[in-house]
Design a protein around this ligand. Structure first.
Ligand SMILES: [Zn+2]
Length: 437
């Protein structure tokens, strides 16, 4: 078991306990022992000076792609977990669209064991929780054996990368997952409406001569699945919302008491279809970047709490793949190491959200919504902690990423907030000496 830790003099921002004050955090045996000013701690404790820094519950991202097995040249579980820790994340949920997919207990167990194996060897990062496939081979036809997946460590099911298109399968999933109290994560997209589009449908796509994906492609599935969640009582989690119409349906679902939760990515928070200009493949994502009106509605919904959490959809791709023609380049960007600074800069520095609310959206809310440990500094909880400098200003340089991949539209952006230390179960998994560029 790790040495006791005394994190001294930081600004504790923990929305789960309504704390925003200067205090010390004592960690013993991998768990939070106490949070209060003037703690002495045991003599053998490692002391960490956090004066001038923020100390918060570690960030939680319920949507990442780590590519192992099958795509190890893009990311592995080891590099993905380290990239997460470098971004201040202490828990991430790995999507099952690997090759082969995580559709049986052995594949699910592999992801969990691999993350733990690297942690034991001193090369760990964030905790990695596998998400099981909802259907065999992600083919959308036959439901996986969810009980076996959960036993092997799956925390949710999804076919992400693809939508769960068949409404009867979706209904069965929402019914069946209730026995295990796990959510169904949906990549909401009507593939027929998307019609092999590569960016948002509208004037920019027309000017560029690219095929567009309409907002309705997402919103029709959001509406359908909300009705199915209402019918079944299951927990529906809609991934990466992008269209303003989707937000309307989610708001309505809330009013009706439907069990639906949602996420917003930092890129849909800050970018629009304009980022695609010049055929920039770093701005090619699915769902696509939408119009400014959509961005404004999504941003406000996050501020209001209608969208309760931020998730990165961290999607590593190799340089050469993103160098292809726009039509042929893969969808997605990496996001773990830029998420907090991008959101801090956009939401908190602008004065539109308090730091405490942002920590809620990136840590407490995902823990609460998914019913998992973490997202709090309450005594007795696992010591999953992030320490960051909320004012450090720096330039994003993808070459410095721990991730194996560099595909980001944020290269060269000046952002605010720098992760100084990430602690998982009382053990430092990332440390930054303090130099800023
Ligand atoms: Zn997706």
């Amino acid at each position: 078991m790790s040495r006791p830790l005394l994190i001294h003099g930081g600004r504790i921002v923990d929305p789960s306990t309504n704390l925003d004050e200067i205090a010390d955090v004592l960690v013993v045996g991998g768990r939070i022992e106490a949070v209060q000013p003037g703690l002495a701690g045991p003599e053998d404790a490692q002391r960490i000076d956090a004066r001038g820094l923020v100390v918060s519950p570690g960030l939680i991202d319920v949507h990442v792609h780590f590519r192992e097995p099958g795509g190890e040249h893009k990311e592995t579980i080891r590099t993905g977990a380290q990239s997460a820790a470098a971004g201040g994340f202490t828990t991430v949920w790995a999507m099952p669209n690997t090759d082969p997919p995580l559709d049986d207990p052995a594949a699910v167990g592999f992801v969990r064991q691999e993350a733990r194996r690297w942690a034991r060897r001193g090369e760990g990062g964030a905790r990695v929780s596998p998400v099981g496939a909802a259907s065999k081979g992600l083919a959308g036809v036959q439901m996986t054996e969810i009980g076996g997946l959960v036993e092997a460590g799956a925390v949710a099911v999804t076919d992400d990368g693809h939508p769960i298109a068949d409404p009867v399968l979706m209904r069965r999933l929402l019914e069946y997952t209730q026995a295990f109290d796990i959510p169904v994560l949906q990549h909401a997209e009507d593939m027929a409406l998307s019609a092999r589009g590569v960016m948002n449908e509208g004037s920019v796509a027309t000017a560029l001569g690219l095929r567009g994906i309409p907002n309705a492609s997402e919103a029709v599935i959001v509406a359908r699945d909300i009705l199915l969640a209402e019918l079944t009582g299951g927990h529906l989690h809609i991934q990466h919302l992008s269209a303003r119409e989707s937000v309307e349906f989610v708001r309505m679902a809330r009013d009706r008491g439907v069990r639906v939760t949602t996420e917003l990515t930092p890129h849909h928070l800050t970018l629009t279809e304009e980022a695609v200009q010049g055929y920039r493949t770093e701005a090619k994502m699915n769902p696509p970047l939408r119009r400014e009106e959509d961005r404004q509605v999504l941003r406000q919904a996050l501020i209001d709490g209608v969208i309760e959490m931020i998730a990165t959809d961290h999607a590593p791709h190799h340089y050469e793949e993103k160098e292809r023609e726009f039509d042929d380049a893969p969808f997605g960007i990496v996001g773990l190491e830029t998420a907090l600074p991008i959101c801090l800069h956009d939401l908190v520095v602008s004065g539109d959200m308090t730091l405490s609310s942002l920590i809620d959206r990136m840590s407490c809310a995902p823990a609460r919504a998914m019913g998992i440990e973490g997202g709090t500094l309450r005594p007795g909880s696992p010591a999953d902690i992030v320490v960051f400098d909320p004012e450090a200003s720096w330039l994003v340089d993808a070459d410095q990423f721990r991730s194996k991949s560099r595909n980001t539209p944020f290269s060269g952006w000046r952002v605010t907030g720098r992760i100084r230390r990430t602690i998982v179960a009382g053990e430092t998994r990332f440390e930054d000496s303090g130099s800023t560029t």
